[in-house]
Design a protein around this ligand. Structure first.
Ligand code: AKG
Ligand code: FE2
Length: 478
């Protein structure tokens, strides 16, 4: 070939230079004949084609990475659904927009089959756990030996090291301070409850009172309520003073607390004691939920009851209405909502020791045919009273070291997400008659409002690079 281009020349030269010894030719010597030129030209074309394709691929890839990360940074909600202005892009972090996020998670729910059904689980290498269905309403299971003896001991020791505080249900530090600062007299407290200020507590006010026993950390027995109510109505001249006196007694009696225990919180994320991280991993396997949901849930709560300690029946989660916000996702709530509740989809309760006497976990209405709130208190028998009426509960779980029980506090919405609160999930800790009782709670928080949960995850995902994963600066949950 005589009309060979400069490029071809370069290629043939390069080719000949690159393999002198194998071909047994001195460096710089050209391959003879036209066949060689044809070969080198096609070789050149093939190489160039590959080279260009490769370069184009790299450019396309770089452009894709550039644009997709830019979109994520600048659009907190959805790259496809929520285009934002440049001004918004300059601010970080920005409030979540209302654009709906596509659903990509469907929550698995373990089937109970029937009461007594046993399923084998592989949660830790070399060990098989057995999970037994305890009730279908609520969906409740027990797993003996979920924690080893060492794990129980370490969790209790870590809790002691951290220090346990008085569990005054729903009375937050700030409120205690506030109450002290206000130094309310029993009369003033009475007036606070007497909504219509007519000097009497009407049925609906008593109702609020009975329900506010959970809110205010005070437990009122049916007799107490009756005394207040009947007393007020019986003698119109005297009733005010009489009832207020009784109210005084009730309000200051410590044994009337909704809960009589001490507790602390143990962080389970990176850097935490290995046992705590292992427990979190095991819970993720047990519940089959995406690990992100478990990671973003509350820390482990460790509780210690002394002899005489109890926890009256309660729900770990509140009911959910459109205007209710979940405590854990309030960061992602668009507007301030009038009600806030803890949204604990699942409770995993671990028994860290075997209790000498009492201390069972009672489920007063488990597997009842129907749920009837009114029948919880009948003929002076208050099924929610775990100091007196645990023996009348439908189901009681004995605290045995290492055992875990877990249940769903919400029903499914039938579409793979969280539905309504399960009223049958009512439970409490029976009074400890001998010794002490140690338990730990792992709650898995999921917002029944999918959009809010997804926005919360997005927001937290962006903040965690510089801050600890757990954003409950001061938990309101007990
Ligand atoms: O102590 C128990 O058995 C129950 C504890 C409990 O329900 C709770 O801590 O929320
Ligand atoms: Fe509970």
């Amino acid at each position: 070939m005589t009309d060979k281009t400069e490029a071809e020349d370069t290629i043939t030269n390069t080719a000949s230079r690159s393999a002198p010894s194998r071909l047994g030719r001195p460096p710089g010597e050209r391959l003879p004949g036209p066949k060689t030129n044809v070969c080198s030209r096609s070789y050149f074309v093939v190489v160039m084609v590959f080279f260009h394709v490769y370069i184009i691929n790299v450019i396309v890839l770089l452009l894709y990475v550039h644009y997709s990360s830019g979109q994520e940074d600048s659009r907190p909600d959805s790259p496809r659904h929520a285009p934002t202005s440049d001004k918004q892009n300059a601010q970080s972090p920005r409030p979540p927009s209302k654009a709906p996020l596509p659903r990509h998670i469907f929550l698995p729910r373990i089937e109970g089959i029937r009461v007594g059904h046993v399923q084998k689980l592989s949660l830790v290498p070399g060990k098989v756990h057995e999970m037994r269905t305890l009730s279908l309403k609520p969906l409740l299971f027990e797993i003996p030996g979920f924690l080893s003896e060492d794990e129980c001991r370490i969790v209790m020791q870590l809790a002691q090291l951290k220090g346990l505080m008085e569990s005054q249900l729903m009375v937050q530090d700030g409120q205690e301070e506030l109450a002290k600062e206000l130094s309310l007299s029993p009369e003033e407290i009475f007036n606070l409850l007497d909504i219509n200020q007519d000097g009497q507590l009407q049925l609906h006010e008593v109702y609020i009172l009975t329900h506010s026993r959970v809110r205010d950390g005070i437990w009122l027995t049916p007799e107490n309520l009756q005394e207040i109510y009947v007393g007020l109505n019986a003698d119109k001249d005297e009733n005010g003073k009489k009832s207020r006196g009784k109210f005084n007694l009730i309000y200051h009696d410590e044994s009337q607390l909704v809960r009589n225990s001490r507790h602390t919180w143990l962080y389970q994320g990176k850097g935490a004691h290995q046992v705590l991280q292992d427990i979190k991993t095991r819970v993720t396997r047990l519940t089959r939920l995406p690990s992100k949901l478990v990671d973003l849930s509350e820390p482990l709560q460790v509780v210690r009851y002394e002899q005489g300690g109890h926890y009256h029946a309660h729900h770990d989660s509140g009911p959910f209405y459109p205007e209710t916000a979940c405590t854990h996702t309030r960061l992602a709530a668009n507007a301030s909502t009038p009600f806030e509740t803890s949204c604990r989809y699942i409770t995993v309760l671990f028994y860290l020791n075997s209790v000498d006497g009492g201390g069972e976990t009672a489920f007063p209405v488990a597997d009842n045919r129907t749920f009837d709130e009114v029948s919880l208190i009948q003929n002076d028998v208050d099924l929610m009273d775990t100091r007196r009426n645990c023996d009348k509960s439908n189901l009681r779980v004995k605290p045995t070291k290492g055992k875990a029980v877990f249940w769903y506090n919400y029903l499914s919405d039938g579409k793979g997400w969280v539905g309504e609160q399960d009223e049958y999930a009512l439970h409490g800790g029976c009074v400890v008659t001998h010794g002490t009782k140690w338990v730990a709670n792992k709650w898995i928080n999921i917002d029944p409002d999918y959009q809010r949960q997804a926005r919360f995850e997005q927001l937290v995902g962006r903040v965690v690079t510089s801050q600890p994963k757990w954003l409950w600066v001061r938990s309101q949950l007990l």
